[in-house]
Design a protein around this ligand. Structure first.
Ligand SMILES: Cc1cc2nc3c(=O)[nH]c(=O)nc-3n(C[C@H](O)[C@H](O)[C@H](O)COP(=O)(O)O)c2cc1C
Length: 131
C-alpha cells in the first residue's frame, strides 16, 4: 500500500455545499476502491491524504487531478505503508478541524498518525488559521 499527500488550489467560488458533494462522492468511491484518507480545506487550498493499494490510489489521484473544482495539484509526500492511519475513514472531512490542531491526529486510526504526516497536516491547518 501507499500513502500520498497532495495540495491544490481550490476554485475561488467553491462553497461548503460543493465540498460536501466532493466528500460524498469520495466516500462512496473510496469505500468501493479500498481507499481511506482525510481531506482538509483551509479556505484557499485543499490538502488530501489518500492511502490504499498503489494502483487504486494512483487511479483516484488521476481522476481528482482533472477535477475543475481545484487546480495545480502538487504531491507533497508519497511513501509505502504497511498499515493505514485513517483505516476507519473512507474520506474524513471535518469542517471544524481548525478548532483544535491535535484533532486530526486523534482522529487517525491509532490516535496518533505518522509523525511526518502529522507535521505536514497540522502546519497546513495552522497556516489556514493565520489568515
Ligand atoms: C479536492 C478534491 C478531492 C477529491 N477526493 C476524491 C476522492 O478521495 N475520491 C474520489 O473518488 N473522488 C474524489 N474527488 C472527486 C473526483 O475528482 C471526481 O469528481 C470523482 O472521482 C468522480 O466520481 P464519479 O465518476 O463516481 O462521479 C475529489 C475532488 C476534489 C476537488
Amino acid at each position: 500500500m501507499i500513502s500520498v499527500i497532495y495540495v491544490s488550489v481550490a476554485d475561488p467560488m467553491i462553497g461548503e455545499g460543493e465540498i460536501a458533494d466532493i466528500v460524498k462522492t469520495a466516500q462512496r468511491n473510496n469505500a468501493r476502491d479500498d481507499i481511506t484518507g482525510a481531506l482538509i480545506y483551509n479556505g484557499q487550498n485543499f490538502m488530501q491524504l489518500l492511502e490504499g493499494p498503489a494502483s487504486k490510489v494512483d487511479a483516484c489521484l488521476a481522476a481528482i487531478r482533472d477535477d475543475r473544482r481545484h487546480s495545480g495539484m502538487v504531491e507533497i509526500r508519497r511513501r509505502a505503508i504497511d498499515c493505514r492511519d485513517f483505516a476507519q475513514w473512507s474520506m474524513l472531512y471535518e469542517p471544524r478541524f481548525d478548532g483544535d490542531p491535535d484533532r486530526i491526529s486523534r482522529l487517525g486510526m491509532k490516535g496518533r498518525i505518522d509523525t511526518g504526516d502529522e507535521r505536514i497536516l497540522s502546519n497546513f491547518l495552522a497556516l489556514g488559521r493565520r489568515r
